[in-house]
Ligand binder design. Structure first.
Ligand SMILES: [Zn+2]
Ligand SMILES: [Zn+2]
Length: 252
């Protein structure tokens, strides 16, 4: 094989970075205990203008070897502020011991693992009817759950429950990808679904082409349509979805 062909093959490496929500029912609520298991369930807690929660605390717990990028966390903080209009505070804790994290977390185990992380490490709690709304982010190094069809892909993050996600730091190539995955998983918690648009951070599969001295930057923002949904969420309490989730008839 000619030398230039080898160089071309080595230089052009397209990989896809997957971002997963373990369950993606968009169920809003204030009675949060019963529905806390559903991704997107807390969207009104975060978004709604009249929500009794006026501050969001992002609690970040990490393994020393999976330390978060300060710039990526600052990006998440300002995006959440812009999306919710609420004060956003970031608190970091380097309190995950390497022994606590399995080297591989299989598909269904991420919920169990994530819940155990909350049980062991959570400091603040979302108030029952007011106070702070807390989002938990866990940074680990582990091989992530991967759908069987996607050989060669990497999973950057998985959201689970209404308020939490795991970041697989070892699967992120650079700070740009970290920013994308952070706001992608937070987007699931805000009730957003995947987008076919590769230019939107809610893209379900981020394909990046690496060439010598060049890598296309990953998206660091949502598309206008997704911003519109977030804006609507600030002014609309989704009564119908709430009633359906709790199996209560809505009287009109
Ligand atoms: Zn996703
Ligand atoms: Zn979008």
């Amino acid at each position: 094989m000619p030398r230039w062909t080898l160089k071309l093959l080595a230089g052009i490496l397209a990989t896809a970075l997957l971002c997963i929500a373990v369950s993606s029912a968009a169920v809003p609520l204030y009675a949060h205990k019963s529905l806390a298991g559903k991704v997107g369930a807390y969207a009104p807690v975060y978004l709604f203008e009249q929500s009794p929660y006026d501050r969001i605390i992002i609690e970040v717990h990490y393994e020393e070897s999976a330390r978060p990028s300060e710039a990526a966390l600052a990006h998440l903080q300002s995006l959440l502020y812009n999306a919710t209009g609420k004060a956003v505070t970031v608190r970091e804790y380097g309190d995950i011991a390497p022994g606590e994290v399995p080297s591989s977390i299989a598909g269904g185990d991420v919920v169990e693992f994530g819940n155990s992380m909350i049980k062991e490490h959570a400091v603040a709690r979302t108030g029952m009817i007011r106070g702070d709304a807390v989002m938990y982010v866990f940074y680990v190094n582990a091989s992530a759950p991967l759908p069987k069809l996607n050989m060669g892909n990497r999973v950057g993050g998985v959201s689970y429950r209404g308020d939490s996600f795991v970041i697989f730091k070892n699967n992120l190539r650079d700070e740009g990808e970290e920013k994308t995955v952070l706001i992608h998983e937070a987007g699931h918690l805000l009730g957003l679904e995947h987008d076919d648009d590769q230019g939107c951070a809610m893209t379900g599969s981020l394909k990046r082409v690496y060439r010598k001295n060049y890598a296309a930057p990953p998206p660091d923002d949502y598309c206008p349509d997704h911003w519109k949904l977030l804006e609507e969420g600030r002014h609309r309490l989704p009564i119908d979805e709430l009633a359906a989730a709790l199996n209560i008839p809505v009287l009109r």
